[in-house]
Design a binder for this molecule. Structure first.
Ligand code: AMP
Length: 561
């Protein structure tokens, strides 16, 4: 593996007539035309080819929200390589795990943005595998440390890009050839490499972009997601570009350098279609009307929301304050695996997109008619659905099709109302949706038990006013270990380092014992209720030792650890 390095300290951008790039600082902006994009993508394609990348090879990309990220992903597509983008907020270890799983031959990253300890640890790890690696963490959120340049394997973006041609013939691919791998959390803890293919994915992202956002030639579209997630893949890169849209590529965060940043960007570029997540809305709501009223939002025509169920308060604020009651709000439910399942205008519920056939099952797998509540499943596949878990077809089948044979199981709970609208209730498996990022409780538990003081850990969700849900962790310590502030800080650091800052627990509670069934299974339902301080625990007859419950209530964390 080579390190393919971009000096990303060039400032920010705005994709115009294609992309306006708006950087972390409002002074950093740039307009990129479709013609310029093509030139950059071809240069990058030629560079990758020169470095030995061929059709079907996997390329890992670990970059912040800069145009080079788009150039690289499209360059992979152009030459038939399969990109595997890892969200830049993941830790070195998480990146390493994903690179190994998909056997990437090259990592494209930003060399000047490296977390030192993790960077060198990772570099060492991967060197053992005959690969080299540097970790890039976005400076918006993380400290920046220079990483040493390794001339034996590191290649500088600026140097090589200038030496290659601006023309590159595209590789012809079969409709079902792989396009990309994107990792999502798995209930066993090990992330799953969701594989999408060329034609179905592109057809679906371009079609859904066009219809869901009613795309018009004069639109300026802005999706605030990160390209490291499926929303960014689909609705920053592929969907808008396939429609020739003008869009904003935003590197910053909603509260830097001030809490009106989103609204300022909307005014600056006269954004017409705005797509964000409930967690961002909840965050910005807290600052009241002043930061919004300073800006002219009259260009807005449609608002979108994605990533997690939107609560009524956030929905009303979005509709009334941001959309000024003029703009329909499209709620778009979908998954890394499925690419666009449903959307609905101006209600907090959804209706299936054409071609998608949802249904609701009860615990026994029986289909429920009319008004109903239960497991959300899909009856038939559609072009944008994943094709497999990379390198593990058996896991694909068992994760999505085993529980209810004949249906694709989303893992979400859902209610259908009398008008046929679907209200997504959230995950009903061992996944927790923190600020729209799906995390596996098993993965967090594994990183807690990796600490020498922890004998056992159980992680559940607890409601959070901004993040939607947050992590509440119960830890049972080994004999003679003391539960104190230092240990809590160490455990939080450990999870951050192993998974990434998005997984940092909000609560860590001492659990001298965990509620278990007689067969030794942890009763997560009970732990969730303890975390939420719900005293009515219902039937505890299957619990081996009901006394642990009282102890856990006594040790409850009222406020974040
Ligand atoms: P991911 O694969 O990381 O994009 O996460 C997919 C999960 O996010 C879904 O299974 C849902 O639990 C949740 N989700 C995404 N969009 C919505 C939405 N609009 N409403 C409710 N939940 C959503």
């Amino acid at each position: 593996m080579f390190l393919y390095c971009i000096d990303s300290d060039k400032g920010l951008m705005f994709f115009k007539c294609l992309f306006s790039r708006e950087g972390n600082s409002p002074d950093h902006r740039e307009a990129i035309t479709y013609g310029q994009l093509l030139g950059q993508v071809c240069r990058c394609s030629n560079t990758l080819k020169q470095m030995g990348v061929r059709k079907g090879d996997r390329v890992a990309i670990y970059l912040p929200m800069i145009p080079e990220l788009v150039y690289t992903m499209l360059a992979c597509t152009r030459i038939g390589a399969v990109h595997s983008i890892v969200f830049a907020g993941f830790s070195a270890e998480s990146l390493c795990e994903r690179i190994m799983d998909s056997q990437c031959s090259i990592l494209v990253t930003a060399g000047k943005r490296v977390a030192d300890v993790q960077g060198s640890k990772l570099k060492k790890n991967l060197k053992n595998e005959l690969v080299a690696l540097v970790v890039n963490l976005s400076p918006v959120v993380f400290p920046v440390v220079q990483t040493p340049w390794d001339a034996a394997c590191d290649v500088c973006w600026e140097e090589v890009m200038g030496q290659v041609s601006e023309q590159c013939e595209p590789e012809w691919l079969d409709a079902e050839d792989p396009l990309f791998i994107l990792y999502t959390s798995g209930s066993t803890g090990k992330p799953k490499g969701v594989l999408h293919t060329v034609a179905g994915y592109l057809l679906y992202t371009s079609l859904t972009f066009k219809y869901v956002f009613d795309h018009q030639p004069d639109d300026v579209y802005w999706c605030t997601a990160d390209i490291g997630w499926i929303t960014g893949h689909s609705y920053i890169t592929y969907g808008p570009l396939a429609n020739g849209a003008t869009s904003v590529l935003f590197e910053g965060i909603p509260v830097h350098p001030h809490v009106g940043r989103f609204w300022e960007v909307i005014e600056k570029y006269r954004v017409t279609k705005f797509y964000t997540a409930p967690t961002a809305i909840r965050l910005l709501m807290k600052y009241g009307l002043d930061p919004v009223q300073k800006y002219d939002l009259s260009s807005l025509r449609i608002l979108g929301t994605v990533g997690e169920p939107i609560n009524p308060e956030a929905w009303h604020w979005y509709h009334e304050v941001i959309g000024q009651k003029r703009c329909p709000v499209v709620d778009t439910f979908w998954q890394t695996e499925t690419v666009r399942d449903a959307e609905c205008q101006s209600r907090m519920s959804t209706f299936p997109f054409f071609g998608v056939e949802p249904t609701i099952l009860n615990e026994h797998g029986e289909e429920l008619e009319g008004e109903a509540e239960g497991y959300l499943v899909f009856r038939r596949p559609w072009p944008g659905i994943m094709r497999t878990v990379y390198g593990n077809q058996e896991r694909f089948e068992s994760t999505y099709f085993k529980k209810f044979p004949g249906f694709y199981v989303t893992g979400d709970g859902c209610r259908r109302d009398k008008d046929g609208y679907y209200w997504i209730a959230g995950r009903i498996d061992d996944m927790i949706n923190v600020s729209g990022h799906l995390l596996s409780t098993a993965e967090v538990e594994a990183s807690l038990t990796d600490h020498g003081a922890v004998a056992e850990a159980a992680v559940v969700s607890r409601p959070h006013t901004v993040k939607g849900e947050c992590l509440y962790c119960f830890v049972t310590l080994k004999d003679c270990r003391e539960f104190n502030r230092t240990l809590v800080d160490e455990l939080k650091r450990q999870v951050r380092e192993k998974i990434g800052p998005i997984a940092t627990p909000d609560f860590i509670q001492n659990a001298p014992g965990l509620p278990k069934t007689r067969s030794g299974k942890i009763m997560r339902r009970v732990l969730r209720q303890i975390a939420r301080n719900e005293k009515d625990l219902g039937d505890l007859s299957t619990m081996a030792d009901p006394k642990v419950v009282e102890v856990l209530f006594n040790h409850r964390c009222e406020t974040a650890s």
